[in-house]
Design a protein around this ligand. Sequence first.
Ligand SMILES: Cc1cc2nc3c(=O)[nH]c(=O)nc-3n(C[C@H](O)[C@H](O)[C@H](O)COP(=O)(O)O)c2cc1C
Length: 200
Amino acid sequence: MDLFDTIDSRRSVKHYDANASLPETDFQRIMEAAIKAPTSFNIQHWRFVRVRDGALRQQIRAAAWNQAQVTDASELLVIVGDARAWARQPERYWRHADAATRDALVPMLQDFYRDRDWLQRDEAIRSGAMAAQNIMLSAKALGYDSNPMIGFDIDEVGRLLKLPEDHVIVMMLAIGTATSPAWPRSGQLALDELVVADHF
Ligand SMILES: Cc1cc2nc3c(=O)[nH]c(=O)nc-3n(C[C@H](O)[C@H](O)[C@H](O)COP(=O)(O)O)c2cc1C
C-alpha cells in the first residue's frame, strides 16, 4: 500500500475479532518498524509491554472503562517511556559511530538532560509516540487495524504492569482484525487553522 493510502486508511478501530491472531512474523515486522522511529540523540526511550496474559488483559480492561478492544484485539501493547534512558549507559546508543562522534555526543546529551526532569519526561513521551505511529501504520500496511488509547486509569495500569518509578506510560495500542469499521471522521480542522506562517 502506498504510504499516503496507509496514512489515510489508518483509523481508530474499536471492535476486534477476539478469535483472530496476528502471526508472530507480522508482529516482529511491526516491532522492527517501531524501533526505526527517530529519537533525540538516538536514546530510544521506548519500552513495549506486550500483554498476553488473558487475566491481566481483563484487569486492564476493568481499569479502561471496560473498553472491549483491550481484551478482544489480537495484541495489546502498552508503550512505556524510560525517562532515565539518557543516563543508562548512553554510549550504547552510539556504539556503531566513530569514537570522535561518540565522545562528543555522549557528554552533550548528558548535559542536555541532567537536572531537567520535565525534559526527560517529555522526551520519553515523544519517543514513545513516534514508535506508536510507526506501529499503527505498519500494522495497517499489513492489513490490521489499531486503536491508540489513553482512556484508562494510568496509575492502576502502572501498578498492574509493575511499572518502574522512572518510566512513564505513553499510551496503549490495541492491534488486530476489525469486526466493524471506525466511526466516520469526526471533524478534522482545516489546514489554514493549523499552519501558522512564521509566528503566532
Ligand atoms: C493518545 C490517544 C489516546 C486515545 N485514547 C482512546 C481511547 O482510550 N479509546 C478510544 O476509543 N479511542 C482513543 N483514541 C482514538 C481517538 O479518539 C482517535 O484517534 C480520534 O478520534 C481520530 O480518529 P482516527 O484515529 O480514526 O483518525 C486515542 C487516540 C490517541 C492519539
